[in-house]
Design a protein around this ligand. Structure first.
Ligand SMILES: C[S@@+](CC[C@H](N)C(=O)[O-])C[C@H]1O[C@@H](n2cnc3c(N)ncnc32)[C@H](O)[C@@H]1O
Length: 288
């Protein structure tokens, strides 16, 4: 803990000291300092700017200094705040779940567009699965947007499912199941979505995210595709016709996943890739 921050007694001094402490470690030191203090004081960021001469207690300063130190060590801001924006909502996140990424919103967008194209927004027979739900980002958003549909959120991690349950607690059309991919799940789905781990094990050591986010959410085996291939093998017998599978992939994996999807589904499927906002291959789509 820096003595500068511990010596600060007003909002302005605390923000200045925290920003200076975070500068070597974060690309957005001032924003981080403001978000963390606003969170601690249970206020909006604008409030801090308008009340920068407000006095802080020693307890508040000590608590703030601890959080700033964690951020300086690389802890993602979402874990420190306990929340992350995704699509049209704010989700609870803990270190037991992957922090939902903006790229994953593409799955939600494609899923909603497909349901609309099929004119099934109010169809009570529509069944949706989100495999490897983590915080529940995809499942919760779809269940909220499609209240008639029945949505199943699955994960192999019980801890992750608890977080998903907290995020989906007001959604009566959302169910949860702890299982390995689709094993043990009965019936068929019109729509299967998944953002499974897709980073190769060897690459993980070099990645900053792997120091803080759960390995179970990142490690895709030797070539990164172990879980995606396994799901592609299981999916055909769990899908209706018409039906849609949407799988998030790594930017370099497009060719390999298309080949794996072709092998798993054969001629009956229309296989395509969707690009993210950065123009990179991001979602595999299999339409029946
Ligand atoms: C990349 S995270 C994605 C979380 C969330 N869907 C999202 O987009 O933010 C992958 C999730 O898959 C889960 N997972 C890993 N292996 C699994 C398996 N064999 N079966 C089901 N879920 C699995 C992890 O626990 C983790 O929550």
């Amino acid at each position: 803990m820096t003595t500068d921050l511990l010596g600060a007694r007003t909002v302005r001094k605390a923000l200045e000291a925290a920003t200076a402490q975070l500068s070597p470690h974060s690309r957005t030191p001032q924003l981080d300092a403001q978000l963390i203090l606003a969170h601690l004081l249970n206020q909006r960021r604008e409030y801090l700017i308008a009340h920068d001469d407000m006095a802080l207690s020693l307890d508040q300063i000590v608590a703030y200094a601890k959080l700033i130190e964690q951020r300086a060590r690389g802890m993602p801001i979402a874990y420190l705040l306990g929340k992350q924006a995704f699509f049209d909502r704010e989700l609870i996140v803990t270190p037991q779940v992957l922090i939902p990424r903006p790229e994953t919103e593409l799955i939600v967008e494609r899923a909603l567009a497909w349901v609309e194209a099929q004119s099934r927004q109010s169809d009570p027979t529509l069944r949706i699965a989100d495999v490897g739900t983590g915080s529940g980002a995809i499942a919760v958003t779809l269940a909220a947007r499609l209240p008639s549909a029945r949505v199943l959120a699955t994960d192999i991690s019980a801890a992750a499912l608890q977080v998903a349950q907290r995020n989906g607690q007001n959604l009566p059309n959302l169910r949860y199941m702890q299982c390995d991919l689709l094993s043990g799940i009965g019936g068929q789905f019109d729509l299967i979505c998944a953002n499974l781990p897709y980073i190769a094990t060897a690459e993980l050591q070099e990645l900053e995210v792997a120091k803080f986010e759960p390995l179970l959410a990142l490690d895709g085996g030797a070539d990164g595709l172990a879980l995606i291939r396994a799901l592609l093998q299981q999916a055909p017998s769990h899908m209706t016709t018409p039906g849609l599978l949407l799988l998030e992939i790594g930017a370099e994996q497009g060719e390999a996943v298309c080949a794996a999807a072709q092998e798993a589904f054969g001629e009956r499927a229309q296989i395509s890739l969707h690009k993210d906002r950065a123009g990179l291959d991001r979602v595999l789509q299999v339409a029946l």
